[in-house]
Design a protein around this ligand. Structure first.
Ligand code: SAM
Ligand code: FES
Length: 348
């Protein structure tokens, strides 16, 4: 197989992603690369889905504002910190705080939550995933102690973006948010769904080209999964095979990136996350949210792990990581791209 970066430049990557022809070689190369850069470590992130209120109306998303069949919830700041306390005892050293775009959580409240987590657990990283904000707001989150930010770009193609989102949402603004976050100093995560409605093969190539421009620390991809209470209820789910090949391609294009084996991947196949790890992923994000509200953060149908206690999820995931041949790492697990840039800044 030619070098993957050359294939992206000369248009040859489609065969690698969309046919099974080079699959075996691809997975072997990807696993070799992840072992060379990150060894066998798989980083655990404790995910807290703290609110399913959302002002947005993304057409694919089960917690979109127009879904009136969903019971809404939000955790209090104290409950969020208490999830982290539980997570800390279970060995998590990164907490990911994710929600819909919920205006109840003002900048001040979010900064307060971040600051109290960092004060209690100074050896932990805090990742936020709370949507599009102004650069000023992102700066305040960073000053409060947030280390990382996840904001999938969803698709890098304008026309495709307009088919997935209401017209008031703008791809240019989402992309700008990612560049702002990077400039501020966050470890930044972008990404997209595989097999989202109307997505073409060219769109995926455009996603890879956009990612190369952004050069993120983290890249989250997972299959699109339909949700009965959205306009995309009857669209087919994304493909397991294409998602796995794309994970491998991402590992080869971005050797230093942190790439999760996502819950969506584990939802479309019982061993999806293990296969994701073998294809080059090196992060998993077990859920730390209280069990009672798990089902309500329903981005898509049949989401896994909605009935388990945090401790059970932790045990289950560690078992799966070890069985797949890797090591469940108890550390912050910073991106090597970011660590390198930090070292460079201190030696300059
Ligand atoms: N509000 C924040 C934001 O916009 O980034 C974070 C929450 S949002 C629900 C997290 C991610 O879930 C989205 O970026 C999207 O890619 C993914 N997602 C939403 N609906 C999905 C679906 N039906 N299938 C798979 N992934 C989905
Ligand atoms: Fe807001 Fe999905 S529409 S999180």
């Amino acid at each position: 197989m030619n070098k993957i970066t050359d294939l992206l430049d000369n248009g040859g990557l489609k065969d690698v992603i969309f046919s099974a022809q080079y699959e075996k070689e691809l997975f072997i190369e990807a696993d070799k690369t992840r072992r060379a850069v990150y060894g066998t470590d798989v980083y655990l992130r404790g995910l807290i889905e703290f609110s399913n209120y959302c002002k947005n109306d993304c057409l694919y998303c089960g917690i979109r504002n127009s879904n009136k069949n969903l019971k809404r919830y939000r955790l209090s700041p104290e409950e969020i910190v208490s999830c982290c306390e539980n997570g800390y005892k279970l060995g998590f050293r990164t907490f990911v705080l994710q929600s819909g775009e919920d205006s109840f959580f003002t900048d001040k409240i979010i900064c307060g939550i971040v600051a109290s987590i960092k004060e209690k657990f100074s050896d932990c990283a805090v990742t936020l995933s709370v949507g599009e904000k102004t650069k000023e707001t992102y700066r305040s989150f960073f000053s409060a102690g947030a280390d990382r930010y996840l904001l999938r770009h969803e698709t890098a193609n304008e026309e495709h973006y307009r088919k997935l989102h209401p017209q008031y949402m703008k791809l240019s603004e989402r992309k700008q948010c990612l560049f702002d976050l990077k400039e501020i100093g966050f470890q930044v995560g972008a990404g997209f769904m595989v097999g989202s409605p109307y997505q073409t093969q060219e769109n995926i190539i455009e996603d890879l080209i956009f990612l190369r421009k952004l050069n993120p620390d983290m890249i989250g991809i997972g299959p699109f999964i339909n949700h009965a209470d959205t306009p995309f209820a009857s669209f087919p789910n994304g493909s397991l095979e294409v998602t796995l090949r794309l994970i491998a391609v991402l590992r080869l294009l971005f050797p230093f990136a942190l790439i999760p084996a996502t819950t969506a991947l584990g939802t479309i196949a019982h061993n999806g996350r293990e296969l994701g790890l073998k294809a080059g992923a090196n992060v998993v994000m077990p859920n730390l949210s209280p069990t009672e509200i798990r089902k309500l953060y329903s981005l898509y149908d049949n989401k896994i792990c909605t009935g388990d206690e945090a401790a059970e999820c932790r045990r289950c995931i560690e078992h799966r990581i070890i069985k797949a041949g890797y090591n469940a790492a108890v550390s912050r697990g910073d991106s090597k791209l970011w660590t390198k840039s930090q070292n460079k800044n201190t030696t300059d």
